[in-house]
Design a protein around this ligand. Structure first.
Ligand code: SAM
Length: 242
């Protein structure tokens, strides 16, 4: 937790908050904060800044806060991710949130196991827990939006053209003839396959919608490895905030 995220209900006045629970434990055990110390924090959906510790017990932390900095710029990448197994989904959600992705579509694909769609992790509040961990890691305050799309064909035919409009659209596919480009300055839409990969029909449907298949080479990477490699190749400068 590199920044403490504040929620509306934490505020006891315009510039004072009280924290309990997980965030208090973190301040006690990791920051080992003392009265007078400053902690980095941000208001969920709003500005970032600092909080000075005014009182601290094992039950409750009170901070005087000053929020005057904008969160880092969003990464202009819309991610379409064939729904991975829950353990991997947690890691990927945290990673892409910390890299600044703000639009995430979890999509179906022939090789997505049906049971994954029944995972409790897909409940809104469970998804938000993972997104918050990504924001806390990267010192950001703006939650990504996660959309669940359980039907591949109608999604690709009816919704995807509008979603990718104005962006460069790529589908990551190990056997693609083109290498993954670097340093793209425009908005990007990026589709990532399931553990077994997209089937040819799905790649064709994405191509018909405007996606170009791109490869990272002969090494087949796990989704959790492929995603940050693809994002950093495509948008390294934006990730670095330049
Ligand atoms: N056997 C599958 C195949 O050949 O497509 C492997 C799928 S891989 C574990 C899961 C997803 O990560 C792929 O569908 C692709 O989107 C992405 N990926 C992994 N390695 C890649 C590579 N070398 N080039 C492009 N994409 C890759």
């Amino acid at each position: 937790m590199n920044t403490i995220l504040l929620h509306d209900e934490d505020f006891i006045s315009d510039n004072r908050v009280t924290l309990t629970g997980r965030r208090l434990q973190h301040v006690l055990e990791v920051h080992r904060a003392q009265i007078g110390d400053s902690l980095r924090l941000g208001k969920l959906g709003g500005l970032m800044g600092e909080g000075r510790v005014c009182s601290l017990t094992s039950e409750r932390l009170e901070l005087e806060v000053q929020l005057d900095q904008r969160p880092p710029a969003a990464l202009p990448i819309t991610l379409l991710l064939a729904l991975p197994r829950p353990k991997m989904l947690k890691r990927v959600l945290q990673a892409v949130t910390s890299l600044g992705v703000k639009q995430i579509y979890l999509i179906n694909s022939y090789r997505v196991e049906k049971s994954f769609w029944g995972s409790p992790l897909l409940q809104a509040e469970k998804l938000q827990e993972q997104l918050l961990l990504g924001l806390e890691q990267a010192c950001d305050t703006i939650l990504p939006q996660v959309h669940l799309k359980q039907l591949f064909k109608p999604f690709v035919e009816d919704e995807l053209p509008r979603i990718i409009s104005g962006s460069r659209a790529y589908v990551a596919h190990p056997v693609a003839a083109s290498n993954c480009p670097t340093g793209i300055r425009e908005s990007i839409s990026l589709a990532i396959g399931p553990e077994g990969g997209f089937i040819p029909y799905e790649v064709e449907k994405l191509q018909a919608c405007g996606f170009t298949p791109i490869s990272l080479g002969r090494r087949i990477l796990r989704v959790e490895t492929a995603v940050p490699v693809l994002l950093s190749r495509l948008s390294a400068e934006q990730i670095m905030g330049k």
